[in-house]
Design a protein around this ligand. Sequence first.
Ligand code: IPD
Ligand code: CA
Ligand code: CA
Length: 296
Amino acid sequence: MSGAGKSHDVWVPRAASIAREAGARLREFYAQGVETEYKGDVDLVTVADRTVEKLIRERLGAVFPEHGIYGEEGTRERLDQEYRWYVDPLDGTTNFAHGFPQFCVSMGLEQRPHGTMPEDDGTLVAAVIYDPLRDELFTAERGCGARLNDKPLHVSKNALLAESLVATGFPSRKRHQSPNIHFYQEFTLRSHGVRRAGSAALDLAYVAAGRMDAFWEFNLNPWDTAAGILLVEEAGGRVTDFAGNPYRLESSEILASNGLIHAELLGFFDAMFAGRDLSPIPSPEEWAAARAAAGR
Ligand code: IPD
Ligand code: CA
Ligand code: CA
């Protein structure tokens, strides 16, 4: 996929400058510290999320007045248009609020030709993810490849899960309904390790960059994933649901990888969902009993 087709970007340069401005605002808020509010359970939001979404909405509206915008903090504009930006002004709000330096701005552009049914996906055509603390700008346009600060990006060449570093995340809503801790445990036992860094968009960008070999999560939203999916695909990777079906923006499951370990991962999900191949580990109670028996 990478590099073929179009020879230059159509949307990325202007979107990237908006993401850089948005990231600069996030950096200022981060330095000064912000109050945290709850959207529900442990779902946090800050003045930075809202201010930066407003900024992106205004800038996108000025630069691409014919494009729609669908933002995490409530923006719903011109959704009947052929192009639609999915915007997460601050992916990694919990990190941001705690001073943990892992968060980004994420903007993904979907093309929805007229006549596309509301329940159908269009085609992701442009992606910008900006990490303002590391000054890392991940960009892609369909057919042009993926780049990090203008240098070409490629997924890793790792062909075995056992030699992979993988990533996941956990929802901040309905936490008791997520089975993901079981997958976290199994992947920990079968890989070099699982990172749970708290920004799904950066997790996907890191798969595109070959820093991670795979990423999976339950119940993400289009603003979390739209840009990252195109980055992974344009960097030579693969994105599906847990059964290997093409990923859809409204899907409640995402599996992204370098492509080489995808089949192995899908087999593993299949086995897990069927209750097979679970590795026994001691319960805390068993461990405490063994500790007492050993006199420790
Ligand atoms: C969250 C992050 C996190 C993921 C959560 C998302 P937010 O987005 O991407 O990594 O595990 O599911 O909700 O709320 O920080 O924009
Ligand atoms: Ca998010
Ligand atoms: Ca967010």
